[in-house]
Design a protein around this ligand. Structure first.
Ligand code: FES
Ligand code: FES
Length: 248
């Protein structure tokens, strides 16, 4: 049973800032037994440091900030059963109302390809697709994802083969340090699903919510445009364009 909240209202373009001063992963109180939780997360480290951030929207009665503001010592009565389809596999989970989607992905399911950068809806490192839309997983409570279809970067490759977009990132040197790459890939995947052959300006607009501290934007845009030039042509039934190492 999920909280009555529309997760699609909190998208990757959200400007929401969130309160995040309590760890959901206290090693001694974490009640989730679904998978072995990691013994320590970044949130454990910052717990108690008084990271106070202004909260924003309340959606449908349970706000992000109120859920996150609950004491880490609160008994596990707040655990909620949810079912999320992640990369095509259904996961039945018991989640604390305070946990964000990215925390569940990383700490409960070991899907660490989704990164946590700012943890406050600013950098895009945590971007995943939820029901086909790019969202910041750091700003989605896990309970909001009940019943959702989530795609993470781990779901892009098929049968051991990189997706055309991933291969284009390799070919065009899209990753530098690579920390933003998974988020860039997911936003670009969303774009290509809706606009198969975007031009550079469309790519820039679609990726505006994904920051790259290495400032490798030109290569990233080039990679996405190159992918669309091949896969978009295939979708449209047009003669193929030079493939630049891509496999559609
Ligand atoms: S936007 Fe989620 S970690 Fe930065
Ligand atoms: S490649 Fe380093 S932050 Fe983007």
């Amino acid at each position: 049973m999920s909280a009555p909240i529309d997760p699609e209202k909190n998208t990757a373009k959200s400007t929401a800032t969130v309160a995040c001063n309590n760890s959901p992963h206290n090693a001694t109180t974490n009640p989730v037994q679904y998978l072995d939780p990691k013994s320590q997360s970044r949130r454990d480290f910052i717990q108690g440091t008084g990271v106070a951030v202004v909260a924003s929207a309340t959606l449908g009665g349970v706000s992000f900030e109120s859920a996150r503001a609950a004491s880490p010592d609160t008994p596990s009565a707040t655990l909620t059963p949810i079912a999320i389809t992640i990369n095509g596999q259904v996961h039945q989970l018991q989640v604390d109302a305070r946990w964000t989607l990215v925390e569940v992905l990383r700490d409960q399911l070991n899907l660490t390809g989704t990164k946590i950068g700012c943890d406050r809806s600013e950098c895009g490192a945590c971007t995943v697709l939820m029901n086909g839309k790019a969202v910041y997983a750091c700003s989605q409570l896990a309970v909001w994802a009940d019943g959702a279809d989530v795609l993470t970067v781990e779901g892009l490759a098929q049968n051991g083969n990189l997706s055309p977009l991933q291969q284009a990132f390799v070919d065009h040197n899209g990753p530098q340090c690579g920390f933003c790459t998974s988020g860039q890939l997911m936003s670009a995947t969303a774009l290509l699903q809706n606009s198969p052959s975007p031009d550079a300006n469309q790519v820039r607009a679609a990726l505006v919510g994904n920051l790259c501290r290495c400032s490798n934007y030109m290569a990233i845009v080039e990679a996405v445009v190159a992918t669309g030039a091949v896969t978009g042509a295939a979708v449209a039934g047009k003669p193929d364009t030079p493939r630049r190492g891509l496999s559609v």
